[in-house]
Design a protein around this ligand. Structure first.
Ligand SMILES: Cc1cc2nc3c(=O)[nH]c(=O)nc-3n(C[C@H](O)[C@H](O)[C@H](O)COP(=O)(O)O)c2cc1C
Length: 165
């Protein structure tokens, strides 16, 4: 039953096949189905498919090079003014939903850390006009996978505490 969750792996090389509009819509539908405190849904999503912007994003952080190949990036943004306590947790829940949905759709993806690195957030804002009061929390590179990674479990009994730590 949890196979899509175990099958989600960070995929960093992609074919040049584009991602269709309907697939992008499905990924965003999954994102916005995430739980959020008081159901405030304090998130926005910047969909990037222009090659020039993907290239500039790839060059703006040391571990984002896969955006040179990826046909799609989704920048998950949180709005602190809309949910002071939980905007970041809500945004991360939406982020994970996109990754799981991509796996179920046969796409490869990887979470690229943005928040709380000021240099990365500034670069994303500069390239995609995300307003200063909005936080780009994560950049997701998405494409048709050009590598194979096995599903795997990372279950660790030592991390589990029954009734008490
Ligand atoms: C908050 C966060 C930031 C990450 N940042 C990067 C990144 O900048 N570049 C990258 O290649 N992978 C990044 N990753 C992916 C992790 O390296 C990856 O999830 C981890 O190695 C486990 O591998 P798996 O995703 O295949 O299970 C990030 C993951 C998270 C959750």
């Amino acid at each position: 039953m949890i196979e899509p969750i175990l099958a989600r792996r960070s995929i960093r090389t992609y074919t040049d096949e584009p991602i269709g509009e309907d697939q992008i819509r499905m990924l965003l539908d999954a994102a916005m189905a995430a739980p959020s405190g008081k159901n405030l849904r304090p998130w926005h999503f910047v969909v990037v498919t222009e090659r020039a912007t993907l290239t500039a994003l790839a060059d703006s952080a040391p571990y984002w090079k896969m955006l040179h190949e990826a046909p799609l990036a989704i920048i998950v943004c949180g709005v602190p003014a809309e949910s002071k306590k939980y905007w970041d947790q809500d945004s991360f829940a939406a982020t994970e939903n996109i990754l799981i949905a991509a796996t179920m759709m046969g796409l490869g993806s990887v979470w690229l850390g943005c928040h709380p690195n000021d240099d990365r957030m500034d670069a994303v804002r500069g390239l995609t006009a995300v307003p200063k009061e909005v936080v780009p929390v994560a950049v997701l590179a998405i494409g048709h996978s050009n590598e194979h990674k096995e599903a795997r479990t990372q279950y660790d009994e030592e991390r589990v505490h029954n009734e008490r730590w």
